[in-house]
Design a protein around this ligand. Structure first.
Ligand code: SF4
Ligand code: SF4
Length: 165
């Protein structure tokens, strides 16, 4: 059984805050023909785990391109074909949900790694901030702030949880 990929979002946030010289890489399980319009695993993760699902979501209100939409479960989705990368949503979100590199069009194919390939997975881990991505033999563990994104990926994030307030 393959180990799971544990992505520690806090390690990417530190990088984002300090405006790293290098753009973080992106990992995918299937690389589509046009990688310019791809959502990242981190984007899916922050909308699922970090976002506080504001009732009157200011990110949606401020978006000048109607690119953000809330689904029936309160999850925000960004329509990449509409997004103009203005980052207004990043600025207005009171909780720092999004990372600014989500909105950079990464045209360098060297920044994309197929995580279903062991060699590329190892290269992806090396290209990420130190300690941000590790391979683990474990399952979801909310007490350790580790949550399941899918069968192969676990996300570590300090999520807002009313049960802990
Ligand atoms: S403003 Fe931030 S926390 Fe609120 S819905 Fe938008 S992304 Fe989520
Ligand atoms: S960066 Fe994209 S999603 Fe965010 S406010 Fe601008 S157009 Fe909307």
């Amino acid at each position: 059984m393959d180990k799971k990929i544990l992505i520690d979002l806090s390690k990417f946030r530190v990088c984002d805050d300090k405006s790293c010289d290098t753009t973080p890489p992106e990992g995918f399980f299937t690389i589509p023909p046009n990688i310019n319009g791809l959502k990242t695993i981190r984007e899916l993760a922050v909308f699922q785990f970090t976002c506080r699902k504001c009732e009157d979501a200011p990110c949606i209100s401020i978006c000048p391109a109607d690119a953000l939409e809330k689904d029936m479960d309160g999850l925000i989705h960004r329509h990449i074909n509409l997004c103009i990368s203005c980052k207004s949503c990043v600025t207005i979100c009171p909780f720092g949900t999004m990372m600014s590199d989500f909105f950079v069009h990464k045209i360098n194919k060297d920044l994309y790694f197929d995580l279903s390939d062991k060699h590329e997975l190892n290269e992806f881990i090396k290209a990420c901030p130190a300690g941000a991505v590790t391979l683990v033999d474990m399952d979801e563990n909310p007490e350790a702030n580790i949550y399941k994104l899918n069968d192969r990926v676990l996300i570590k994030e300090n999520i807002w949880n009313t049960d802990k307030q």
